[in-house]
Design a protein around this ligand. Sequence first.
Ligand code: 9MR
Length: 366
Amino acid sequence: MIFKKNRRAVSTAILIMGAISGFSQSIPSLKDAFKNDFGIGTALNNSQIEERDPALTQFIVSQFNMATPENVMKSALIHPKWDTYDFVVPDKLVEFGKKYNIKINGHTLIWHSQLPSFIRGIHSKDSIQTFFNDHIKTVASRYKDNIFSWDVVNEALNEDGTLRKTVFLDYLGEGYIAEAFRLTQQAAPNVELYYNDYNNEQPAKRAGCINLIKKIQASGARIDGVGIQGHWHVGKVPFKDIEESILQYAALGLKVMFTELDIEVLPRNFQGADVNQRMASNPAMNPYTAGLPDDVQQQLAADYEALFKLFLKHKDKVTRVTFWGVNDGNSWLNGWPVRGRTNYPLLFDRNNQPKPAFYKVIGLKK
Ligand code: 9MR
């Protein structure tokens, strides 16, 4: 009797917690629904990693079994000065993963963006090489036993498939990519190693990506997988290119992952996720501040459903699908390429309530 009473009290408490935080315990779980197919991940920001909202933590761990730090492991943050590293929040992320049985994908070791500011003052090949070696060795070896994988190199390609001009290409030459994989493998032999990019499902960039992967393989370094970020636009998801890419990348012996999935619903005049591209703000660019119109909501749901259908069709090749944010409220797309917009790119709304797209996706497993 007492047990029963307590149980009722506990479930009432859970319901109240759910009501306060805006979610209900009865929401089906994505990670459970797809547990025999592929991992379900999310990007985590500082406040989520630090568990500032316990109800939100419960929500996150009920839905996701993999996580990628949205920013805290990027070199500007983890390596702010030449000889100073800041591991405080990254260490918390690793703890978070351990505590809740969530696999962590490190993001990212070598990227031309969000570099520490001291890099701008370096003008010699030797110093860039020293930064490159020390950065990879120090960061990768710190987490060698407690993260699952690394995005070793991020966004090294231009849209036409050629190599992007970066400080690494300029000073170290094109071999820097294979070298990054070799050094990471040396520092963290049991961690999976990935190349990650956006638009690398598009034919020209895909061809460049395949070329890049083959060069890494030919160098003798190990590469385990390729990440297709998946920053797409509602009504324009390139399903055919995505399927073709899954097949072509898998044919190289690699795992295929969708690593930063979101489907934008607001107007934009270019494709991709180059953070340096911006657009001017005006009210026409922010049309849905009062809510998402039903026709767009339905299109978003249909796009997500078709995408997950495709992922399931190739579940022998697709190992992880990671959303770039927990809910619409914390998506980077509210601030880019126009600041201060109200965007709706994910499966959960600003109160962590499932959207029609969520039910379409979960419905595929019923
Ligand atoms: O979501 C990230 C945002 O908070 C940062 O301001 C931005 C800065 O570069 O990076 C965003 O994440 C990017 C990711 O690390 C790499 N692929 C593109 C993502 C969206 O820009």
